[in-house]
Each structure stands twice: as C-alpha cells, then as structure tokens.
Design a protein around this ligand. Sequence first.
Ligand code: UDP
Length: 453
Amino acid sequence: MEKPKRAQRPHCLVLPHPIQGHINPMLQFSKRLEHKGVKVTLAITQFIFNNTMNGTSSSSISVETISDGYDQGGPEAASGGYEEYLPRFREVGSKTLAGLVVKFGNMGCPVDCIVYDAFLPWGLDVAREFGLVGAVFFTQSCAVDNIYYHVYNGHLKLPLTERTNITVPGLPPLEISDMPSFVSVPQAYPPLLKLVVNQFANVGEADWVLCNTFHKLEEEIWPLRTIGPTIPSMYLDKRLQDDKEYGFSIFKPKTDACMKWLDQRSNGSVVYVSFGSLAQLGVDQMEEIAWGLKNSNYYFLWVVRATEQPKLPKNFMAETVLNGLVVTWCPQLDVLAHRAIGCFVTHSGWNSTLEALSLGVPMVAMPQSTDQTTNAKYVMDVWGMGVRAQCDERGMVRREEVEGCVREVMEGERGKEIRRKEMKWGELAIEAVDEGGSSDKNIDEFVAKLVKS
Ligand code: UDP
C-alpha cells in the first residue's frame, strides 16, 4: 500500500550548545532550512532565552525553551564548573527536550528530526527514543574536528610532546602550538577535552553529519556534509536580499555608533579588532594590544566587552579618541562588510574566521585558546588570508608585534599578496551556498530525505 502523503512540511527541532558562537550558525542553518520549506523550532535554554530575547522573539524562527538545570544563572551558576554543568545539562536537557517533542506531537505538529550540536551528543538519544531522524551539527572547522576525532580513536596519544610526530590525515604538518588548546594542554581543562572528544562517541549512529564549513575550503578533510558558511547570503552577495538579522546576541551591538564612524573613514583604512564573545585577555595583554594599535597609527574599531573594559590602560581612551573607537559589541558582519575595513585583528574563533574569509577581509590572527590556534594556522599557512602574531616566551603578543602585523597586513608585501587572494574565498563561499552549490545541494538532499521519511 502506498504510504500516505505527508500532511505538513517536515519539522526539525534544532538544539545548539548555549553559547553565542554555536547558536548563531545553527540559527542561520535553521533559516536556510525554512527557506527550503522545513518548519524549524530552535530549542534554547531558558537562561539564554531570558538573556537574549527578554521574552520577545527577535527571529523569524520559532523558539522554544529547554532547561540546562540552571535557568537563572546558566553555566556560570554551576559551582563545580563545566564538570558539574555538562552532566546536569545532559540529564535535565534530555528530559525537557523530550517534553518538547511530546508537546509538539500533542499539538498536531510532530517533530521529524532533531538537529543537535555535536557538543550535545545526547540529542541523538532523544531522537532515538521517539524514532526521529538524528542529525549532528558540527559548528567548528573540519580540521579541528578531525584532530578531536583522532584523539578519540587513539591515533593521537595525549599528552603530545615535542617529539610527537603530529600527523592527522588531511591536515598539513602541525606543531603543538597549532593544536587546539584542549589537546596541546590536556591537563588544563579536562571536562572540556572530554566534551570535544565525546562528540564522536555516537557519531557513527547519527543519520546525518553536518558541518559548518564549505567543501572547497576544507576539501582535503573527511567527506562530511558541508552546509556552510552559515552567513546570511546578502552579506556574501549584495544582490541577494534575504533576512539580514543575524541571530541572538547576548550583547547589544552599538550599531549606529559603529556604522556612522566607519562611514567617515576612507576605503580600507580601518583595523577592526575583536576577540569574540568569550575570550578573557590578561591586563598585560590588553595593554600591549592597546599601545600596539595606537602605535600602528591606523584608525581602529575595537570591540571590548563591558566586562573587559576595566582592563584597558587608564589613559588609553583619552589618547586615542581621535583615531580609535572602542565599543562593547558591534554588528560584526556589517562591520566586516564595510568598505572602510582594511584588516581584522581576531582571536580566530571559527565564526569570525569564516566571516572574514567569506567577506574577503585579511586577518591578523591572535588565537587565545580552544580551536582558535588551529584556525590561525590555517588562516596563515593554508588559506593565505593573514598572518599569525607571534607570542614571546611568556605567551604574550608584544605591542611591537601587534603594530608590525597590522602594518604587514595593511601596507606590506604580505598584505598585497593576501588582497590578491581575498576575492577567491568570497567567491567560493558564494558558489557553495548559491543554488546548486555544494552546501546548497547537501541541504537539499537533507530536506528531500526528510520529506520522504
Ligand atoms: N560578533 C558580533 N559582534 C561583535 C563580536 C562578535 O556580532 O562585536 C559575532 C561574530 O560575528 C561571530 C560571533 O559573534 O559570529 C563570535 O563567534 P566566534 O566563533 O568568532 O567566537 P566565540 O565568541 O565563539 O569565541
């Protein structure tokens, strides 16, 4: 007998790990799915909901809340840190996510698939409990995930030593300093090493493995379903007018101040500086960056989150008022896409890296931790889109190095070489997400299977 035709469009429940750098790409992916006719509900924690949306929806995607067990304080409220937070999130999150699946079933709007962040592998258990399709979503680069995978399967034995010959299939020769910090310094934060390695514990059982990158960018690595870059297409290609709103922000962007200030600058004259949503720099490091930027003599737009601002040197703001603008948060994509931006001093978070590559902005990579070190290695040596600032023996990037790297990218030979390449990655990113491109096709296949299931 013929299977009855589906009455409704397929429904995906999308579950990101509750941090900015994971919610954004999964929200953008959700929008792509919606464009393809899939109903999407984003499941975020109550804590993130309270702190980003103040109870009002700022997104075209439906949002529902689950609990991580810390509705009032989020991960910070777990006195035992991530070691306490993650198992509790698994326990309470699984139950509340299952509750959502039941609720939608009762409402006559059943869930067909759970797209879960690779950091939350228990999303697959919930999918299995209800016989749903389970799709794991890797928000980080394939290179980084490949390293974690080889730690998981025992190919890379930790701790690494200077004598370890680091070979990872598909990756160039790597030094310890190029490895993600959880791998290069495994003793520093064991719960997070466990988290990134555990991403692979049940990956073989997932129905889909989706990765936020694009094929041409990481074609040497695993044949994964690449679906990125998850950047609204109008930023990639000005002809496209899609939903510009970028996502949830835990921080309020100073949009007018930034854009008006940039509008007054000439093309390629401004250094944009940001270390993302989580990195906490030492007071000494902030001071070196501050004076390095000032000494470079370029205009700069520097995002220093409110909690980091007390670390700025005392007289810095007064001394740089004419050539610098310091804001607590900015609309980064609008900034990177602005004609005035000449280079991006970045912590090399994966989203920032993808955004800069896709918009053709040369980078000075100043990785702090996690996957940023590997991203920085790729930016400089594989993709040729920037330089990596070198640390001194204390692990600090000195002001002369900041100044030198900025100059090298803004006016040096290296900068000219990068500018010759910058169009390439932007064009390849557009090609990937455009109709019939590699990422677009992968999303189409995913949707087509959901429609049939
Ligand atoms: N971002 C932003 N405004 C800022 C700084 C960052 O909108 O002032 C966004 C940026 O566009 C990126 C995300 O925040 O999408 C940061 O993610 P990333 O992976 O680069 O770093 P993380 O915050 O996870 O360390």
